[in-house]
Each structure stands twice: as structure tokens, then as C-alpha cells.
Design a binder for this molecule. Structure first.
Ligand code: PLP
Length: 440
């Protein structure tokens, strides 16, 4: 059993200083019912906590650390930029380099605006979608989102928003008025007929659909191709915009994100996580005709004191340069598959404990469920109580998973096959000890 003395002391203090002792709710481990771990440093695939315990990390700071922690090239680029000043609030060549690279790599993006977080990218993209579609039809005010998809803590989208919200059991959030959410239509994921019904009833008013093209915030859930195709078709027929929220999937499931993997082109895309190389960055982009609605060219206002920050641009550019190495995503996929197959092999001894796995190259997921999970209702029907016990066993065995049954897990270039073998061993140990505990 690892010792968590210092983490516990720090957490007691932190609770007096910050709500729940944290600066983002899921970090508090409330859905697991144990205290969180405080970290001191990390390198590659390994995390080291304040008590000196080592873990193999499958959170990767919730997505950004696709090259592993403390990547030497990112570190060097960030320090070099920092020495020339941490911020100008004025144009820099680095912003050209970064945005040109995003435009080159993400198939549907012709023009892009850098912001500081995924949340900011999403709130700007829906403002832009409404600005653009309402030019020809002022009735276009509604946005479709899907149950279990999370799009940052953007007011109109904080309804049935998966992971953090679900695991804390907030139905939605106080502080958000009905007038803000009345134009949000919430539909089940992977349900083409629900989509068709919504467009039949409200097509003229639907400004945009926003979707996680692979869900990462309601557990890891893959889209059915027909579902993505139906969205594209209905948006075209109704002059609505399709927004892919690729804050998680961008540069994670393929170089060009989920839009490249499934070959479906959205009108607007939001990005974050990987593109910051571990710094606070977001971006939204799309067709030039739409992006030119944004100030100062167009009337839709959106601004940011630190947007396009030089340190973040240098780090992010280095990250997205390194992942263009040939075979990068092939290796991530091979490792995710190896881990899943190893766990599945272990599971043959535990036939009463059904599990289902999902893999999308650099992200993957597991559910204690007999059948594959297609939407958030099915994710909630999995054995989330067992997940909590399993989580604690894995943590005690040095495996740091996301502390919620409704989160994706991340593979990085720094994970070695030895890390994966150790994870499979820990998985077996966890299931054995939970079986013994159940029999005792
Ligand atoms: C993480 C995430 C966001 C929010 O990004 P922040 O940088 O945390 O604000 C939005 N959408 C998706 C799909 C995400 O995974």
C-alpha cells in the first residue's frame, strides 16, 4: 500500500483555500470517494507524487501530454520563447507558424483564431455559428448538443454534459438561467431518428449542431458512421452549421482528428489540449467565409489579452511538429490495442465480470458492461460502483487512471511496452483482490 500522508495533508489545507481543494472539479476524486493525489513532477509516462510514489499515467493532463511529460523539445522551445518575453499582446511570427500548421493538418480548417482554452474555443464557435447562420435567417438561434458530450463550461451547453457534471450528479448547474439554455436541444448520441425528428420540428431555427465526433467525456464512445453522415446531410439541407468539438480528439485519434478518421468535414472545428503542448491553448477554425465573420474583419466580436501567447505557441508548435513523425499514430494505436488485448486475456479468468473496451489510437476507454456502449445512457448503465473499487486497486498498484467511469484514457508516445505489461499485471491483481474481497 503506498503512503499518501503528504497528499492528505496538502488536500486538507487546499480545501480551506479553493472550493473542494481544487481548481477543476474532477481532480477532487469525489466520484471515487477517496482523497486526490498531489503531484510533484513527471517524466515521460511516469508521475511522481509528493510522497514519492510513482505511477504510470493514463490521464496525460486530460489529453495534452501526447508526447509524455516534460518532453525535452517542448521544454527547449518554451524556454527560448520565454526569454524573448512571455507576452506582447501584439502579433508575432510564431502565431503565423502555428496557425499555418493547424490549417495544413486539419482538413476542414481554412482559417483559425487562437484562444486560451477549449471552453473559450467552444463559446466562440457557437457565437460565430449563430452570427453566420442568422445573417440570412434571424430565427436561427437553436443549438443541438448530445447527452454526455462535454464542451467546456459554456453556459448554454452545460446541460446533460457528461463526465464532471455527471459524476458530481449535478442535473445542470445553478447560475445558468433558463433563457440561456432554452435554445439548446439535447439529443441522445448515435441516434439518427432523434436527429431527423429535431430537424423536422425545428430545422429553420437550428443554427448549429455541436458534437464530440468521438465522445471522450461520457466515457470513450465511438460514433456510428451513419450518425456523422446524417448530421452532415441535415445541416446542409437546413443551412445549419456542423461544429466538431475536437478539443480532445484533435491530433489525438489521427493527425487530422476525427474528421480525417471518419472523412466527414465539419463547418467549424474547436481545438485545445494537444495543440498547447501542456500550456493553456484553444483554437477555433473553419471555412474562410465563416471565419471572416470574426472581428476585426467581420462583426462577431471575440478577443483575448493572452491569445496566441508566444510561449504557448512555441510549445504547441513543437508538439504538433513532433507528432508528424511517420508511424506516430500507428504506434499509439498498436499500444492501445496491446493494452486492451492484454486486459481482455486476463478477463478470461473473470467471466462473471464483463468488460468492454474502446480504442481510437491515442485515446481508449473501458466499461464494466456486457455490451458495447453506444451512448451516455448505456455508459451510465455499466457497473460504475465496481469501477470505483477497481480504480482504488489500480491506484494502489501504481496505475493512474481518470478518476471517473465517464472519462477516456490516453496513450502517449512515451508509454513503453514494459509500462503496458505492468498495467496488465496491475489489472489482474486488482480483479483478483476484488474477487477475494467479494468472497470474504
Ligand atoms: C476538455 C474539453 C473541453 C474544454 O476544454 P478546457 O480547455 O478544459 O476549457 C471542451 N470540449 C471537449 C470535447 C473537451 O474534451
Amino acid at each position: 500500500m503506498p503512503n499518501f500522508t503528504k497528499s492528505k495533508e496538502l488536500f486538507e489545507k487546499a480545501k480551506e483555500l479553493m472550493p473542494g481543494g481544487v481548481n477543476s472539479p474532477v481532480r477532487a476524486f469525489k466520484s471515487i470517494g477517496i482523497d486526490p493525489v498531489f503531484f510533484e513532477k513527471a517524466k515521460g509516462s511516469k508521475l511522481y507524487d509528493v510522497d514519492g510514489n510513482e505511477y504510470i499515467d493514463y490521464i496525460g493532463s486530460w489529453g495534452p501530454m501526447i508526447l509524455g511529460h516534460a518532453d525535452p523539445d517542448i521544454e527547449e522551445a518554451a524556454i527560448a520563447a520565454l526569454k524573448n518575453s512571455s507576452s506582447f499582446g501584439a502579433p508575432t511570427a510564431l502565431e503565423n507558424t502555428m496557425t499555418a500548421e493547424i490549417i495544413k493538418l486539419v482538413p476542414s480548417i481554412e482559417m483559425v483564431r487562437m484562444v486560451n482554452s477549449g471552453t473559450e474555443a467552444v463559446l466562440s464557435a457557437i457565437r460565430l455559428a449563430r452570427a453566420f447562420t442568422s445573417r440570412s435567417n434571424p430565427a436561427k438561434t437553436k443549438i443541438i448538443k448530445f447527452k454526455g458530450c462535454y464542451h467546456g463550461h459554456v453556459d448554454p451547453l452545460l446541460v446533460q454534459a457528461g463526465s464532471g457534471v455527471a459524476t458530481l450528479s449535478l442535473p445542470d448547474s445553478p447560475g445558468i438561467t433558463e433563457s440561456v439554455t432554452k435554445d439548446t436541444l439535447v439529443l441522445p448520441y448515435n441516434d439518427v431518428s432523434a436527429l431527423e425528428e429535431a430537424f423536422n420540428a425545428h430545422g429553420k431555427e437550428i443554427s448549429a449542431i455541436i458534437v464530440e465526433p468521438i465522445v471522450g467525456n461520457g466515457g470513450c464512445i465511438l460514433p456510428e458512421k451513419a450518425f456523422l453522415e446524417a448530421m452532415r446531410k441535415l445541416c446542409d439541407e437546413n443551412k445549419s452549421l456542423l461544429i466538431f468539438d475536437e478539443v480532445m480528439t484533435g491530433f489525438r485519434v489521427a493527425l487530422g482528428g476525427a474528421q480525417e478518421k471518419y472523412d466527414i468535414m465539419p463547418d467549424l472545428t474547436t481545438l485545445g489540449k494537444v495543440i498547447g503542448g501542456g500550456f493553456p491553448v484553444g483554437a477555433y477554425g473553419g471555412r474562410k467565409e465563416i471565419m471572416e465573420m470574426v472581428a476585426p474583419v467581420g462583426p462577431m466580436y471575440q478577443a483575448g489579452t493572452l491569445s496566441g501567447n508566444p510561449v504557448a505557441m512555441a510549445a504547441g508548435y513543437t508538439a504538433i511538429s513532433k507528432i508528424q513523425r511517420r508511424g506516430f499514430y500507428h504506434e499509439l494505436k498498436a499500444k492501445s490495442q496491446y493494452l486492451i488485448q492484454g486486459m481482455q486475456k486476463v478477463n478470461q479468468q473473470f467471466i462473471d465480470r464483463a468488460m468492454t473496451f474502446v480504442e481510437a489510437a491515442g485515446m481508449f476507454g473501458l466499461f464494466f458492461s456486457e455490451k458495447p456502449v453506444k451512448n451516455f445512457e448505456e455508459a451510465k448503465a455499466a457497473d460504475t460502483e465496481f469501477f470505483k473499487k477497481y480504480y482504488v486497486e489500480m491506484l494502489n498498484n501504481g496505475i493512474y487512471l481518470a478518476p471517473s467511469p465517464f472519462e477516456a484514457l490516453f496513450m502517449s508516445a512515451a508509454h513503453s511496452y514494459d509500462d503496458l505489461d505492468r498495467t496488465i499485471e496491475a489489472h489482474e491483481k486488482a480483479l483478483i483482490s476484488l474477487r477475494e474481497a467479494a468472497l470474504a
